[in-house]
Write a protein that binds this ligand. Structure first.
Ligand SMILES: Nc1ncnc2c1ncn2[C@@H]1O[C@H](COP(=O)(O)OP(=O)(O)OP(=O)(O)O)[C@@H](O)[C@H]1O
Ligand SMILES: [Mg+2]
Length: 358
């Protein structure tokens, strides 16, 4: 038997048929030409992963010493969870990558049968390596919060039984959707939303690689709209630069259909100073001419309210009312009625302000 030969009878169809957002180019880090930038600029090594220094360092050390525990990576979308574990797999196995991992995501069937059969089959076949280090295999369960409770319960025993030869990595957005028994078997790492400095740095890198013309204002606007989601940032950058090669702040807001900060300032001015009917007409006119959605306006007004000087009680009521408007709009209610409610909230706040000033 040749060195490093792997005895493994599991059909590879599962990891080869990945679909959906977790889809990754498995050809050992060969970058995807053309196509969406989120895939083109997916980090191939742990060093490429932006932010999360502590987590990456810890995982890097554990993989280096071949002491990888079972992992639970969780956090909001687009923060690098899938990218991190794939970089780990590349580091651990190099060219043998595809033989040593089983990746299942929400687009694959992961009911109780899959856990019982495929994962067990994969985990129970021994990988015989004659190299210096004994490699354990890796089962990656991406979007694990979409797994049924039954499947999660079935996984408990499977994890324990095959700990010797296999490591499991569960990835999800909400750790609370993973049953406590599974959580306690894993080392948890939370991927927080990326901070603006890290998003800016990564975007600068892409801008330089692609040779784009983006103003500072445009870059700041993308970072602001992305809200710590690097996938979203890259998607905005790609679509906005197609729409306008010279990317300014205005172009970014226009392309994404978000209200400009100066529009919000204008709307807030009307809300706080003009009579009810004038505000109603002005805002309606602006919404039609600029194609704004009321839900975006309500969301952007909220941070603005924090910057206006007013007594805390008035502010609290206003924020509460804005949240209600946003909540109702999320269910597709009538925009006109909700605009009325928004104006009503500000009218009440104005009355309270006048009373407080006396
Ligand atoms: N920390 C990061 N460093 C570098 N690139 C990142 C990072 N986070 C996200 N990205 C970019 O965003 C894309 C999506 O990242 P990834 O698939 O790792 O997100 P995720 O955390 O798994 O999100 P989801 O919860 O939606 O599955 C990557 O292809 C990469 O281009
Ligand atoms: Mg993912």
């Amino acid at each position: 038997m040749a060195d490093d030969m792997i005895v493994d009878s599991v059909p590879r169809s599962l990891s080869a048929s990945q679909k959906g957002k977790g889809k990754v180019d498995l050809n050992n880090g060969r970058q995807v030409k053309g196509g969406p930038w989120v895939e083109k600029y997916r980090p191939t090594s742990l060093a490429d992963v932006a932010a999360h220094k502590d987590i990456i360092d810890t995982i890097d050390r554990l993989t280096g010493e071949n002491r990888l525990p079972h992992l639970l990576l969780y956090g909001p979308p687009g923060t690098g969870k899938t990218s991190t574990i794939l970089a780990v797999a590349r580091k651990l196995y190099g060219a043998q990558y595809q033989n040593m991992i089983l990746e299942l995501n929400a687009s694959d069937d992961r009911g109780i049968e899959v856990v019982r059969q495929q994962i067990q089959d994969f985990a129970s076949t021994k990988s015989i390596s004659f190299g210096p280090k004994v490699n354990v295999k890796l089962v990656i369960l991406d979007e694990a919060d979409a797994m049924t409770k039954d499947a999660q319960f079935a996984l408990r025993r499977v994890i324990e039984k095959y700990t010797k030869s296999t490591r499991f990595c569960l990835i999800c957005n909400y750790a609370s959707k993973i049953i406590p028994a599974l959580q306690s078997r894993c080392t948890r790492f939370r991927f927080a939303p990326l901070d603006p400095a890290n998003v800016t740095e990564r975007l600068r890198y892409v801008i330089q690689q692609e040779g784009l013309d983006v103003t500072d204002g445009g870059l700041a606007a993308i970072v602001r709209l992305a809200n710590g989601d690097l996938r979203k940032a890259l998607n905005i950058l790609q679509s906005a630069q197609m729409a306008s090669p010279h990317l300014t702040e205005e172009a970014v807001y226009l392309c994404t259909g978000n209200p400009m900060p100066k529009d919000i300032e204008q709307i807030a001015y009307w809300l706080l100073n003009e009579p009810f009917s004038t505000s109603f007409q002005n805002i309606t006119k602006m919404k039609t001419s600029k194609g704004l959605a009321l839900v975006d306006v309500a969301r952007e007004l909220q941070p603005f309210v924090f910057t206006i000087n007013m007594p805390p009680t008035v502010r609290v009521q206003l924020i509460d009312a804005l949240a209600d408007v946003e909540y109702r709009l999320a269910f597709g209610t009538n925009e006109k009625l909700q605009l009325g409610a928004l104006l009503g909230a500000f009218t009440r706040a104005r009355t309270a302000l006048v009373a407080a000033a006396r």
